[in-house]
Ligand binder design. Structure first.
Ligand code: ADP
Ligand code: ZN
Ligand code: MG
Length: 493
């Protein structure tokens, strides 16, 4: 997990006197083709105000109709997050005025959410920790205001209502996190689960994953929570961690100087590296919630719920555990290789056509991922297919080519798309150094280094590597390492 260096001026003693308490509210846009209450497209980036109709524009006399796919995706996410999906839930009206909310209210689930009482597990600092999920509910998104000019002094503001009525799931965590790192790990894990289940593309730049953070501090060991502040405008994982670090120190500073924290909503100002007060926190009653009279309550039968459950994919946590136990790879390897389903599937294909798990994992993690990263390619666009990598791995594993040659062959494979066998044959790389040539090199090195020979004979095993290294150098890395080992052992004993 990423560790963030604190650029803090606050002393470690002071920081350690307090404990942070963090809960996250995450909005994930559900990947449906059409909106939650009408048939308009949810496509991102279309001509402003082109994907609208009387329903999502909130014109009087129109009636919303619930999109079944939205509920299904909500159930999918809820089950993957170990929530109880309720048989009955209900939509409510959350009333407030905003220029990009033409109806004057947002349809959202309130006192009866779709699901509640779940959890996910984060891995942080070598430990696993369970973070509670309070609820998952469904709601519609509002439109978007576009400010022309600087946000504060905009000359003009435009409203794009394409996003009105886009389906969202809001996922509220329990206040179970105790550091910015844990919050980061929670958001990373949540995002991965939502991606695996296919309910959201979680694209933060396009706003399909948004996160608000609630944070408070208390004296370490205290039972009661401190007053919380909500921080919005966290457009990236990095901002989340930085905003939390800033806010935690601000709270400690205020409390240490005898002040008190007021409950409010603040905005992360990335440019200035601080949070600014936006408004004092509104209370639920300010929204005048009441049940939405234009929609029937939502009914999820146990049959429907079970049907959705049966289509859930293997989740990241389970996949990691299986990779470790079935392929004998390390937990770290497994974490890297299950980062996305596409990467995990690639790995399984390489193994399926015969490559040993450990070797496949190592080649992927070092050569393949590095080259994909350098050429800004996704695994799906890899010029080296799983079977082609497996062929290379077996050439190396069987000793037909050395690992060093294998790396060069891989580079050519990646650039040209040719197979390992073709490259090895065309460039004469398969001709490994004969045992006689290895022996000649070994004898030469031994003759020239009597000191090291003496050291080895007096039990210094470490010096053996010196001999191996020299023989490999003379044979230009093309000798079979096993043969080099065997021959040196024979000559030195
Ligand atoms: P509100 O009524 O202000 O919306 P909630 O109790 O619904 O507050 O909690 C909203 C979010 O704030 C949740 O993610 C919750 O875990 C978190 N939270 C609640 N109390 C605290 C606290 N004292 N410190 C930090 N986070 C908190
Ligand atoms: Zn519409
Ligand atoms: Mg709340």
């Amino acid at each position: 997990m990423t560790k963030f260096a604190t650029e803090s001026a606050m002393s470690p003693e002071l920081l350690a006197k307090y404990e942070a308490v963090i809960g996250l509210e995450v909005h994930a846009q559900l990947l449906t083709k059409t909106k939650i209450f009408c048939g308009c497209s949810t496509r991102f980036g279309d001509q402003p105000n082109s994907n609208t109709c009387p329903v999502c524009l909130g014109l009087p006399g129109t009636l919303p109709v619930l999109n079944r796919r939205v509920v299904e995706m909500g159930i999918r996410a809820a089950l993957a997050l170990n929530c109880t999906v309720h048989e009955h839930s209900r939509f409510a009206r959350k009333n407030y005025f905003y220029p990009d909310l033409p109806k004057g209210y947002q349809i959202s689930q309130y006192e009866l959410p779709l699901a509640s009482g779940g959890w996910l597990e984060i891995e942080h600092g070598g430990k696993t920790k369970r973070i509670g999920i309070t609820r998952l509910h469904l709601e519609e998104d509002a439109g978007k205001s576009l400010h022309d000019g600087l946000a504060q002094s905009a000359d003009k503001t435009y409203v794009d209502l394409n996003r009105c009525g886009t389906p969202l799931s809001e996922i509220v965590s329990e206040p179970d996190m105790r550091s910015p790192d844990e919050a980061y790990a929670y958001l990373t894990t949540l995002r991965q689960i939502l991606l695996y289940t296919g309910v959201s593309d979680c694209n933060m730049e396009e706003g399909s994953l948004r996160c608000d953070a609630n944070v408070s501090v208390r004296l370490r060991g205290a039972r009661e929570f401190g007053t919380k502040v909500e921080v919005k405008n966290l457009n990236s994982f990095r901002y989340l961690a930085k905003a939390l670090e800033y806010e935690i120190e601000r709270h400690i500073g205020v409390l240490e100087s005898g002040g008190s924290i007021s409950q409010e909503t603040r905005l992360w100002n990335q440019h200035a590296g601080r949070t600014d007060s936006m408004r004092s926190k509104e209370k639920a009653h300010d929204y005048r919630y009441f049940p939405e009279p234009d929609l029937l309550p939502v009914h999820v039968s146990s049959a429907w719920r079970d049907e959705v459950r049966s289509t859930l994919p293997e989740l990241p946590f389970a996949k990691r555990a299986r990779f470790v136990s079935s392929f004998g790879i390390t937990a770290y390897n497994a974490e890297v290789l299950t980062d996305t389903q596409a990467l995990a599937a690639y790995f399984e294909s390489v193994v399926k056509v015969g490559a040993p798990g450990k070797a496949a994992a190592n080649w992927m993690q070092t050569e393949l991922l590095r080259r994909l990263h350098d050429s800004a390619k996704e695994i799906a666009a890899s010029p080296v297919a799983p079977a082609a990598l497996a062929e290379l791995v077996s050439l190396v594993e069987s000793g037909k080519i050395t690992a060093a040659v294998g790396k060069k062959v891989f580079a050519t494979m990646f650039e040209s798309g040719r197979s390992a066998a073709q490259i090895v044959a065309a460039e004469g790389l398969g001709a490994q150094v004969s045992d006689a040539a290895i022996e000649e090199a070994a004898r030469d090195i031994i003759a020239k280094n009597p000191d090291n020979v003496a050291k080895f004979k007096s039990g210094n095993e470490g010096v053996f590597k010196f001999f191996v290294g020299r023989v490999m150098r003379i044979t230009k890395g093309q000798a079979n390492p096993q043969s080099v080992n065997d021959i040196l052992r024979k000559l030195l004993s």
